[in-house]
Design a protein around this ligand. Structure first.
Ligand SMILES: [Zn+2]
Length: 74
């Protein structure tokens, strides 16, 4: 299963927006481009999409408490 990535608008210093979008890389880039164009009045350019791609961070799946994942060390 593909690891989801996320982009968090709060990471952008100029943004007062709190939106966080997560999904596969292509999904996030599409949704984030639409969001940035409509909410942040920027133009949809290859540079914008490239900047979004660079700002993506991996979203680790929810895991149970790691204590129960590991064998006890004896
Ligand atoms: Zn935003």
């Amino acid at each position: 299963m593909e690891t989801r990535k996320y982009i968090d608008c709060r990471d952008q210093p100029a943004s007062k927006c709190t939106l966080k979008i997560s999904g596969t890389e292509d999904e996030v880039i599409k949704a984030a481009t639409a969001h940035i164009v409509s909410a942040h009045e920027q133009k949809d350019t290859p540079e914008l999409r490239n900047n979004i791609r660079l700002a993506l961070k991996p979203e680790w799946p929810d895991r149970p408490n790691p204590i129960f994942d590991t064998e006890p060390m004896v």
